[in-house]
Design a protein around this ligand. Structure first.
Ligand code: 4AD
Ligand code: MG
Length: 431
């Protein structure tokens, strides 16, 4: 007899099969017991009838939620079931019985209670589809970069310097010296791109941000790419192609899960028709002022402004050419206007905020040193980075995609803490 997973069930209608998983829920109707079995790939209904198998019925009657079980039975087609099938049980083996009642009810709990029980909560409801979509997003990103000829690489997590500014650094003691958890792999990827041409990594980054919003984590995963000989225009084109590729792959591969989350898949696919609009930062400020926002040239956009931009364009939009003092030291100045940088943020639709930050990089040694001095950065810890402008410097560009925010948008869920197995937030280090 074949052991299969629940997502494979529709291909085995009529077969006698084995499933291994956990009891998700159950209900009985007189002499019939309906067991909901889950295995991480889906949920299926198993049926036990008392007259046919009184012993198994008695065991099933006793079982609590989250008992681990192995069952065998015959699969029958059931068009109304989410799995497309149901299972008429012939055997039921108990692997482990919970010592206490499972703490997560399948009804309402407070977010704090759920986050305290994240290790158990993740087995239930929409958490399984979200984490399966997360997996598909990671794979789509890797496939995209691979197909485009990128080399996968890595950046260190322990670093001696800041990339995105000193205010959000987590400091650690490194054998008596100060070290920091990496805020972005970018500077290291710039070095690697000079060796390999086009590189990417998807890795964890850390921001000691005291932000308690639905879009901020202190530890999150960034998909970063760095490309030798790419200018600002090439950079934006690659980013929009990547977003369209990921949404196409995930909506195809994880359609069932997106439906379970009640995500409007047609809307999502429509949002990623290319090209994405590109608007100058100054024009974005004007657009927002006309829509009644109290913003001035030089201001960062917050959630309400990002929501307005999303409602205006109904798709991701690039905001380009920010004023120099809004952005970090490494960005290339616009040759047409040295008060602006050749950078763009990609703002997601439906209020999901900034999905990507990227720029062309300063590639001239003197210009880069001058920009670092303007930001009061010490040169010595960055000497290796300056070397990249001393030996065969080339125009190059790159970007970082916030994976959690991207998954949040694709899933259509309101808080990114659900997009990562174990979220790290301002007030959360447990579990
Ligand atoms: O815009 P950021 O800070 O850009 C960088 O770090 C660049 N060095 C990346 C690069 O060019 N290689 O961060 C990139 C993205 C943001 O657009 C956002 O989506 C996400 O990372 N992000 C966060 N996601 C969750 N929680 C936070 N606290 C985040 N901060 C940034
Ligand atoms: Mg940014």
């Amino acid at each position: 007899m074949q052991t299969i997973t629940i997502d494979e069930a529709p291909r085995h209608v009529g077969d006698e099969i084995t499933l291994r998983g956990w009891l998700y829920n159950k209900r009985s109707s007189g002499k019939i017991m309906f067991l909901q079995l889950r295995d991480g790939t889906g949920v299926i209904q198993g049926i036990v009838t008392e007259p046919e198998s009184p012993e198994m019925f008695a065991i099933a009657d006793r079982l609590q939620r989250e008992t681990s079980i192995i069952v065998t039975g015959t699969l029958r087609e059931d068009k109304r079931a989410p799995s497309g099938c149901e299972l008429q049980l012939s055997t039921l083996k108990v692997v482990h019985e919970p010592t206490e009642a499972f703490p997560i009810e399948l009804t309402e709990h407070t977010p704090a209670f759920l986050m305290d029980h994240r290790h158990l909560w993740m087995r239930t409801g929409r958490q399984v589809p979200i984490l399966r979509i997360r997996d598909a997003v990671f794979r789509a990103l890797r496939d995209f970069f691979h197909e485009k000829g990128f080399v996968a690489t890595e950046a260190p997590v322990l670093t001696g310097t800041s990339v995105e500014g000193t205010t959000t650094l987590f400091e650690v003691d490194y054998f008596g010296e100060k070290a920091y958890l990496g805020q972005s792999g970018q500077l290291y990827l710039e070095a690697t791109a000079m060796a390999l041409g086009k590189v990417y990594w998807i890795g964890p980054v850390f921001r000691a941000e005291k932000s308690k919003t639905r879009k901020h984590l202190t530890e999150f995963w960034m998909a970063e790419a760095e490309m030798a000989y790419y200018d600002h225009t090439d950079n934006l084109r690659l980013q929009e192609e990547m977003i369209a590729y990921v949404v196409d792959a995930v909506t195809t591969e994880r359609k069932t899960e997106l439906e379970q989350l009640k995500r409007d898949i047609d809307l999502l696919r429509e949002e990623v028709t290319l090209p994405f609009p590109r608007i100058d930062y100054a024009d974005a400020v004007k657009l927002l002022q006309n829509a009644g926002h109290d913003v001035s040239f030089g201001d960062d956009f917050g959630a309400p402004q990002e929501a307005t931009l999303g409602d205006h364009f109904h798709k991701p939009v690039f905001i380009e050419r920010f004023p120099v003092n809004m952005k970090p030291f490494y960005m290339k100045r616009d040759p047409q206007d040295a008060s602006r940088v050749l950078a763009a943020d990609l703002i997601g639709p439906e209020g999901y905020g900034e999905l990507i930050g990227g720029s062309q990089r300063a590639d001239n040694l003197e210009e880069l040193i001058a920009q670092m001095k303007e930001k009061d950065l010490p040169l010595q810890p960055y000497e290796w980075y300056l070397d990249l402008r001393r030996y065969g410097s080339v125009p190059h560009s790159g970007f970082g995609l916030g994976v959690a925010r991207t998954i949040g948008w694709i899933c259509g869920i309101s808080h990114i803490r659900e997009t990562i197995p174990f979220a790290r937030q301002l007030n959360r280090l447990y579990p």
